[in-house]
Write a protein that binds this ligand. Structure first.
Ligand code: SF4
Length: 276
């Protein structure tokens, strides 16, 4: 796929965040080549202003490292999240190395960091990660059926490869959580992949958010391949009891598959909203 790469200068790169992993976040890029259909970031104010479609552009914050150094001095954060609205290890990182630069700056200044990623390129950064300062990696494992994956996240890696990397990170003493997301009701049979994980790994599961702006487009896409599941998804949008029952059953399934194997399992379910 052809992606437009745009270099830009920024005034700020270290921003406060409501994500409870760290008080500040740094996003080295804007936009994302992974182009996931369910990505929350595509509905952000900045992305909504773009004329290009989500997944078709990546903006590179070329002066980001200089700005980061200044902002670290001013804001003095104890911990920084790397990557909330972009994939910090997407292909363009190979050329620009902004994420590598950010990690090095945080290492030098002894500031802790948490990383969210779904990219195998992260595996090439193991030596850059300070074992004391890297407070955690949340690595997304995609468990969608293959046909759906082609439509939803055509550039994302397979569950098998993601799990191999998660195991490698753990074996290298990096605090890593396998983040199974999004868990798709009625289409979640691939969750059994969790059994290939290193027993030391923490596992979290996030059921797809039925409140997100693009949910109708997502259901239409599912309908092309799994019409029966799509019917149930539509019902989940309209019927709170059904929605909660489905979520309860999935949680039971997850606990059956993962609960006994892992000490630390968290399941995230978005609350039903009445405005459907
Ligand atoms: S990799 Fe992450 S940031 Fe990029 S499109 Fe997918 S969900 Fe969004």
């Amino acid at each position: 796929m052809r992606i437009e790469i745009i270099e830009k200068n920024v005034d700020t790169i270290l921003r406060p965040t409501g994500i409870n992993l760290a008080p500040y976040v740094v996003n080295p890029y804007q936009g994302c080549a992974f182009a996931c259909l369910f990505c929350y970031a595509q509905f952000s104010k900045a992305a909504q202003k773009e004329t290009s479609e989500w997944g078709k552009y990546v903006k590179v914050k070329v002066n980001g490292l200089e700005i980061l150094k200044k902002e670290l001095q001013l804001k003095n954060p104890k911990k920084v999240l790397i990557g909330s609205t972009t994939e910090p290890f997407q292909p363009v990182e190979k050329k620009y190395g902004l994420t590598r630069g950010i990690i090095r700056i945080l290492n030098q200044r002894k500031i802790k960091y948490v990383i969210m990623s779904r990219s195998l390129l992260l595996g090439e950064y193991i030596e850059e990660l300070d074992r004391q300062l890297c407070a955690g990696i949340y690595f997304t494992v995609d468990v969608m059926p293959k046909l759906l994956k082609q439509k939803f996240e055509p550039y994302a890696v397979s569950a098998k490869k993601s799990i191999e990397l998660v195991n490698k990170l753990i074996n290298n003493n990096i605090n890593t959580t396998a983040y199974f997301c999004p868990v798709m009701p009625f289409l979640h049979e691939n969750l059994k992949e969790v059994n290939s994980l290193n027993i030391e790994v923490k596992a979290e599961f996030e059921i797809i958010n039925f409140q997100m702006s693009g949910i109708r487009r997502i259901i239409q896409t599912i309908e092309q391949i799994y019409p029966e599941a799509a019917k149930k998804y539509k019902k989940m949008c309209l019927d709170k009891t059904f929605y909660n029952n489905v979520a309860r059953d999935i949680k039971k399934d997850i606990k059956k598959i993962a609960g006994e194997r892992f000490k630390d399992v968290k399941i995230h379910q978005h609350k039903y909203a009445d405005y459907f």
